[in-house]
Design a protein around this ligand. Sequence first.
Ligand SMILES: [Zn+2]
Length: 204
Amino acid sequence: MTNPGTIIACRECDCLQREVLPPPRGTAQCVRCGAGLFRNKPESLDHTLAFLIAAAILFIVANSFPLLALENQGVRNATTLFGASEALWRMQEPALAALVFLTTLVFPALEIGSSIYMLASLRLGRLPPALPQLFRLVDSIKPWSMISVFILGTLVSLVKLRSIATVVPGLALYALGAMILMVTASEAAFETRALWSRVAALKP
Ligand SMILES: [Zn+2]
């Protein structure tokens, strides 16, 4: 995966040096300042792709089942992830509805979908068109994908609502929790350098 003639620059001190592949799970360090240059994660892209596919399946499950249900005096109200933004829209809160819709549905779907498209194409030996633009898009929407913040908010209101109604957590809530774990695991498995060296290997 490494070309011994490749020269790389340290991101901390700009020192130019010849690239040396460390042992599996090891980190290549800068010869001058000792900063980490890159990690050698075996099968980094395949592991990332596997975690992302699991996250995508969980995201579909999370959008197909109720997030939570409220029971009060025999009346049961259940809502889905999409239903949460829909309810805000009906409550005359268009800005909040749009924010919840974008950060819990559109951005996570774009982030996971684009990443799977990039990695699956590379896995099949094809260079996806506009790969650098897609990579930048995923990088820029990542901070706006806020499912974990949404889950935290839901859990807080769930505890607070306990005094006035019976709150039943839905399947979607568990699926979202597992999805956050899968997305975090995919980020931990991903190594940017592995992606670009696969791209370099595929370039004609
Ligand atoms: Zn350095």
